[in-house]
Design a protein around this ligand. Structure first.
Ligand code: UDX
Length: 437
């Protein structure tokens, strides 16, 4: 099938590359020329496992190309995906600016088209947006009617950063929100070969499924973090508790890793946007508000531990292992390290950091206020305390490096180390939901 993807961020680029790899003819569109050039030259602008390799393969086999010309891309496609960003406004409500512009542009391009095309929304938008914002703009600018002259679907995306290609190719489910059956049938063709359940529903239900999924997972994380804080007070290891409750099929073992909270481009933004959107309906979503507040508190758990150890942080060398919001990613958006570092800087700590991929992004945020190390050894050298903030695999094997530190103290925010092993090595261990003797 001929497919165009408008917006080449995480979701757009991964969708484009994967649909091309599945045999479709794909045109990626972006307003930023550098991004378009990079795609056409086979350079992935984001760090994502296997992405560049599949991009290059599909460019060579001529199933994929990129352009800045949205009109041309709309003309050549049977299905046009909207996957532009939906950032937060200052008040945390969703910013639909890119969605509105893109809808107008697609509408204009549809004006002179006679072939039936389906517009499929992949951007995360609050329930009602496709019906109340996107369709009216498409109709106004095309002078055509949704359902008659063109089709509309809403296909939420559930991929995780760092596992984006795998998640796209091996989905748990495909959700097709459809304006009418004809629209849904067309998009179903694109996804029918994935071996997963397909749920066909209406547009606003599909939009809500995306928000409810993220809100549930964020709640699960804040829940286990709350249990962790209780365990810590009562001298219980939360990881054993998580194992125990996870054996209940109704609970399941996934997303029960207590730590220093969730970050990234989706959970914080989407839960906040949902909260903000229901205020407009006169409802106060108390549980979701608490999920967010608990998460903000949890991010600062390592700083509370540092304060328990040292009264004054002036000139204390604090080694922070990990900057990204999670391992296998260079993404610093909403990363707990942002809050941790800012608070430690206020306390005049001397901060040394190491991250295998996120250092360049961190430099753009913190500049020369903190130090960036080339490896774990340099970061730990002569440090007073070490904070593990990201779950990079290499942080699981640092036991022989504690001798480099001035004080052998580790604050493990991501359960990377074995507390018993630390004890054997005379390393003072602090873990989320773990009671120190
Ligand atoms: C998430 C959703 O998983 C995905 O379906 C959606 O499309 C986008 O948002 P992502 O942000 O890439 O994906 O990361 P994910 O792996 O889900 O982790 C999110 C955050 O939660 C990370 O900061 C991670 O460290 C944290 N987390 C996750 C925990 O603290 N504990 C857990 O048990 C799981």
């Amino acid at each position: 099938m001929k497919v165009s993807i408008i917006g080449t961020g995480y979701v757009g680029l991964v969708t484009g590359v994967c649909l091309a790899d599945n045999g479709n003819d794909v045109v990626c569109v972006d307003i930023i020329k550098e991004k378009v050039d990079a795609i056409n030259e086979g350079r992935a602008i984001i760090y994502e496992e296997d992405l560049e390799q599949i991009l290059v393969k599909n460019l060579k086999e001529k199933r994929l190309r990129a352009t800045t010309n949205i009109g041309e891309a709309v003309k050549s496609a049977d299905v046009i995906f909207i996957s532009v960003g939906t950032p937060s406004r200052e008040n945390k409500a969703i910013d639909l600016g890119f969605i509105e512009n893109t809808s107008c542009e697609i509408g204009k391009a549809l004006k002179n088209e006679t072939n039936y095309k389906v517009i499929a929304v992949k951007s995360t938008v609050v329930p009602g947006t496709t019906e109340n914002v996107i369709i009216p703009l498409l109709e106004e600018f095309s002078d055509k009617k949704a359902g008659t002259d063109f089709g509309v679907c809403m296909i939420p995306e559930f991929l995780r950063e760092g596992r984006a290609i795998y998640d796209f190719m091996n989905p748990d489910r495909t959700i097709i929100g459809e304006y009418d059956k004809k629209s849904g049938d067309k998009v179903f063709e694109l996804f029918k070969n994935f071996s997963c359940p397909v749920l066909r529903t209406n547009l606003r239900t599909a939009e809500m499924i995306k928000y409810a999924s993220n809100a549930f997972l964020a709640t699960k994380i804040s829940f286990i973090n709350e249990i962790a804080n209780i365990c810590e007070l009562k001298g219980i290891d939360v990881n054993e508790v998580a194992k125990g409750i996870g054996l209940d099929k109704r609970i399941n073992p996934h997303f029960l890793h207590a730590g220093i909270g969730f970050g990234g481009s989706c959970f914080p933004k989407d839960v906040s946007a949902l909260i903000s959107s229901v205020y407009e309906n006169g409802y106060e979503p108390k549980l979701l508000k608490e999920v967010m507040e608990l998460n903000e508190r949890q991010k600062l758990w390592p700083v509370r531990k540092v304060n328990e150890i040292f009264i004054d942080l002036k000139n204390k060398k604090i080694a922070i292992l990990g900057l990204a919001f999670k391992g296998n990613s260079d993404d610093m958006r909403e990363a707990p390290t942002f809050s941790i570092i800012n608070l430690l800087l206020k306390k005049n700590a001397n901060i040394h950091t190491y991250d295998p991929k996120a250092t360049e992004n961190a430099k753009r945020i913190f500049g020369n206020k903190i130090n960036y190390c080339k490896n774990i050894d340099e970061c730990l050298n002569d440090a007073d305390v070490c904070i593990i903030a990201t779950d990079w695999d290499e942080f699981k094997k640092i036991y022989d490096k504690f001798n480099l530190m001035k004080n052998k103290i580790v604050i493990d925010g991501r359960k990377m180390l074995n507390p018993e092993k630390c004890k054997e090595l005379n390393v003072k261990y602090y873990g989320v939901g773990y009671k120190n003797e």
